[in-house]
Design a protein around this ligand. Structure first.
Ligand code: 5AD
Ligand code: SF4
Length: 473
């Protein structure tokens, strides 16, 4: 460990798990005396935490590395060293190819090896690039530093009010379009005790909400303290017992793993927020089969019905792919019909992009670019109108907002509704970390605007089960 503090700039692409991973890399590097900085100019180390899920991911990484070249050269001229590390799913997928194409990269490290980052950087410093993309035998979570903290601290004491916590990684579903089973590997769940203690430490650092993360999070089956494998529902029930923790969420789920027990958890656990990201990908049974999703559009409709019966105010989010190989106009119309039937509060939609190494990439009947673009436009117009209607229905209502942090303007705070909508309000800063009833007065493009429904009482507001908003048509 060197005496002087070194600096690291970490740039994160892609999903929330990458955001979580970046914080864990920062934790590992903090042990090595690295301090995070907000820009790469003077950093001793730049980490690009990359995403490979959709189009041009690798190209983006190469152009980002290109932009770092003059900075690295300037550092060299000033007698400093700037190391460049490529992490994440592009690192895993491309491996040595990265240093072959971009020799200024010092280290390439896959998501399962982040606990080894200091050793990899040391190896790179001794000459030549260091590449670590094997799936190691040991579990990285046993080797990453613990998130710090002791007793429950004031909200925001050193950590975020809403924290990410990875509970499982990898995926065994092998949907025919998806790289995740290759870049993140086989499904693996963390033990319950490890998750509970990490959650407790987050609460000790001021977290009031925890978002459980996993590529296929509802396939969670971690070892419980009783020696049995615990389901996600059981884990959520256990986490609900943590005092000071007010809200739980999880993402991303596969419809096939939405068990009766997990549906019941949405009915029974007051801390589990009424918002679920449940990708459907397509509304056509033919395309769903080709995607290897292993459920039909009606299975998905029935599942949504059960969920809404369990939790009438549940808001749904989803993912859709248009232009999957072989998708006809009528297949696409089936997707539009599913979206119209379900009614989403928010959803992501993408043009299919062939991922090298996945079965669908080799399919002969690829859909033409302009057709994909037109379908995406049409689908996004419908999803956008549903989102607008969902948000507009909040006008004049009083909703519970977990106040997370100061907003952009002085005196302004931002938080989230139970349905994950961003809410802006003018209120004293000491209510950060509390749940407050907020009257929604205006609806913006990306957030709701409101004011405290009653004068703020600093400190922890009691967690209330939010009142029902009813499903949208
Ligand atoms: N092309 C387009 N979208 C994709 N996704 C995953 N793989 C692809 C691909 N090859 C989308 C899916 C997934 C989300 C994270 O990204 O909708 O749910
Ligand atoms: Fe990819 Fe999700 Fe399918 Fe797994 S379930 S292969 S992560 S789309």
């Amino acid at each position: 460990m060197s005496e002087a503090k070194k600096t690291v700039f970490i740039k994160t692409y892609g999903c929330q798990m990458n955001v979580y991973d970046s914080t864990r890399m920062a934790d590992v590097l903090a042990r090595e005396n690295y301090r995070p900085v907000g820009s790469p100019e003077t950093a001793d180390l730049v980490v690009l935490n990359t995403c490979h899920i959709r189009e041009k991911a690798a190209e983006k990484v190469y152009s980002e590395v290109g932009r770092l070249k003059p900075l690295k050269e300037r550092a060299r001229q000033a007698g400093r060293t700037m190391q460049i590390a490529v992490a994440g799913c592009v690192a895993q997928a491309e491996g040595e190819e990265i240093v072959a194409r971009a020799p200024i990269v010092d280290a390439v490290i896959g998501p399962q090896s982040y606990h080894r980052l200091p050793a990899v950087l040391a190896r790179a410093a001794q000459g030549g690039p260091a590449i670590e993309t094997d799936f190691p035998d040991e579990d990285k979570f046993d080797h990453l530093p613990r998130i710090g903290g002791a007793a429950i601290a004031p909200a925001g004491a050193g950590g975020p009010v809403s924290a990410f916590l990875t509970v499982q990684e990898g995926c065994d579903k092998f949907c025919s379009f998806c790289v995740v089973p290759y870049t993140r590997g086989a499904e693996a769940s963390r033990p319950v005790a490890q998750i509970v203690s990490e959650a407790e430490r987050h609460v000790a650092r001021g977290a009031r909400e925890i978002m459980l993360l996993g590529q296929n999070v509802n396939a969670y089956h971690g070892a419980g303290p009783d020696g049995e494998d615990w389901s996600l529902a059981r884990l959520l029930a256990r986490l609900s017992e943590i005092s000071g923790l007010e809200r739980l969420r999880y993402t991303t789920s596969h419809p096939l793993d939405m068990s009766g027990e997990l549906i019941a958890a949405h009915r029974d656990l007051g801390k589990l927020m009424p918002y679920l990201h449940l990708p459907a990908q397509s509304g056509s049974d033919r395309i769903l089969a080709a995607m290897k999703r292993r459920h039909s559009a009606d299975d998905y409709r029935r599942l949504v019905e059960k969920l809404r019966k369990a939790r009438p105010d549940l808001a749904l989010s989803g993912d859709f792919i248009v232009g999957f190989p072989g998708e006809s106009d009528s297949d696409f119309e089936e997707t539009m019909r599913l979206v119209a039937d379900v009614g989403y509060a928010q959803a992501y939609s993408f043009k299919y992009s062939p991922r090298p190494g996945t079965p669908a990439a080799d399919a002969a009947d690829q859909v033409a670019g302009p057709v994909k673009a037109a379908r995406l436009h049409e689908l996004q117009a419908l999803l956008h109108s549903q989102q607008t209607a969902f948000n507009a229905a909040m006008q004049g209502r009083t909703v519970d907002v977990l106040v997370e942090k100061p907003g952009r303007k002085p005196g302004q705070l931002v938080g989230r509704s139970p349905w994950l909508q961003a809410v802006q309000l003018d209120a004293p800063a000491d209510i950060v970390g509390t749940i407050q009833p907020v009257r929604i007065e205006a609806i913006g493009a990306n957030s709701l605007f409101g004011s405290l429904a009653r004068p703020a009482a600093a400190g922890r507001a009691p967690a209330r089960r939010p009142d029902s908003i009813g499903a949208i048509a």
